[in-house]
Design a protein around this ligand. Structure first.
Ligand code: ZN
Length: 72
């Protein structure tokens, strides 16, 4: 099945969970914005489920996501 991800970040083994000292892995997450949920792939901790949210996603990129939806 083809599932569209609106945002994908591959940690490439460079990011670690500050709590567990585990290497973050790429995992599926839902990013909620203005009442809508978007499927995304973000670095997650396999131990505690911590999701790393990049600053550009938390700030400006959400506006781009919303705009691309309206174009369809
Ligand atoms: Zn953790």
């Amino acid at each position: 099945m083809a599932e569209k991800n609106y945002y994908s970040v591959d940690p490439m083994g460079k990011l670690m969970c500050a709590q567990c000292k585990k290497t973050l892995v790429k995992g599926k997450a839902m990013f909620s914005y203005m009442g809508n949920a978007f499927p995304v792939e973000l670095p997650v901790c396999p131990e505690c489920g911590f999701v790393y949210v990049p600053e550009d996603l938390a700030m400006g990129k959400v506006l781009t996501v919303e705009r691309s939806l309206e174009d369809k």
